[in-house]
Design a protein around this ligand. Structure first.
Ligand code: UTP
Length: 294
């Protein structure tokens, strides 16, 4: 199928991150590290490895340091050069030359749907990715690349879905529909945080979306919910109803780092994978668990 190329990714970072307070009072949650890499860099690297060419950050008050992270830092580079710390200099330079970034300000945190709508002028009339930086997904190929492949095949919007325990469905957007190929669902309905009794499935929408530009029209028409927020789920539900939406059960491991436990497990899982940290951390965890058993 002939499809327009997906070149741009929108990453909303304007939320307050209240679940991780007080850590996030003056530090953006997106800059909290997964071992020694800020979460937002892990997400940007996923985009680059998937062939995305431009990142659009939706920022808010106090989020300037995210833009700074991807900008040149001449003073730091000069200092590292003078001190002969060339390995660190290379790491710092790599970040600033990674990819083209644009920042659009969301003046009020009026919800995820509103945040995505803020990217309308920069995205234009093209399909685009949305990545929520809370969801750190380890996968090979990267989750975004898997989604681009689905899009190239079917030419429709794609959302990633994941099975969650029944008691957790009320914390997610849940899809309803039917499976039509391994790992693929034709999404018919989407319900935000449903009561387990009325949830159509236990398939939760995770923070990766590949969206056609018509989503901006749906977001423009969307009415705010009781808390005054524009939900992306409502626009996705309309997309599923009026056009088509594929639910894709991605291959990979996902951690929600916006949540305390998810933040810890992401750090442990990533550290265990590293040659420089994995063996010692494994020994430490084993010893600690043995202690607890005694
Ligand atoms: P969350 O619902 O996780 O909100 O937003 P949050 O403020 O980041 O975190 P908590 O729940 O208070 O701990 C999902 C994503 O949407 C962005 C957030 O930055 C996050 O990446 N977002 C949310 C916006 O950019 N603008 C908004 O108005 C709301």
């Amino acid at each position: 199928m002939e499809t327009k190329e997906v070149q741009k990714a929108v990453i909303p970072v304007a939320g307050f991150g209240t679940r991780l307070l007080p850590a996030t009072k003056s530090v953006s949650k997106e800059l909290l590290p997964v071992v020694d890499i800020p979460a937002i860099q892990v997400i940007v690297e996923e985009c680059i490895e998937s062939g995305i060419e431009e990142i659009i950050f939706i920022t808010g008050r106090g989020k300037g340091s995210i833009e700074d992270h991807f900008d040149y830092d001449y003073e730091l580079e000069k200092l590292l050069e003078e001190r002969g710390k060339y390995d660190k200099l290379e790491k710092v330079r790599k970040i600033s030359s990674m990819i083209r970034t644009v920042a659009v300000r969301q003046k009020k945190p009026l919800g995820l749907g509103h945040a995505v709508y803020c990217a309308r002028d920069v995205v234009g009339d093209e399909p685009f990715m949305v990545l929520l930086p809370d969801d750190i997904i380890t996968a090979d190929p990267p989750c975004t690349k898997q989604m681009l492949e689905i899009y190239e095949k079917y030419g429709q919007g794609v959302v990633t879905v994941m099975e969650v325990p029944e008691e957790d469905v009320s914390s997610y957007g849940i899809v309803g529909g039917e499976s039509w190929a391994p790992e693929l669902y034709r999404v018919r309905t989407l319900v935000e945080k449903p009561d387990p009794d009325i949830a159509p499935t236990n398939l939760a929408v995770i923070g990766r979306y590949l969206l056609p530009p018509v989503i901006f029209d749906y977001l423009e028409d969307a009415t705010p919910d009781d808390s005054g927020e524009i939900q992306l789920t409502d626009a996705l539900a309309r997309l599923a109803r009026e056009r088509a939406l594929v639910g894709y059960e991605f291959e990979g491991m996902r951690h929600d780092i916006g949540d305390k436990l998810g933040f810890l497990t992401a750090n442990i899982a990533h550290a265990l994978e590293r040659h420089d940290l994995g063996p010692e951390l494994r020994d430490y965890l084993r010893a600690k668990l043995d202690e607890d058993v005694l």
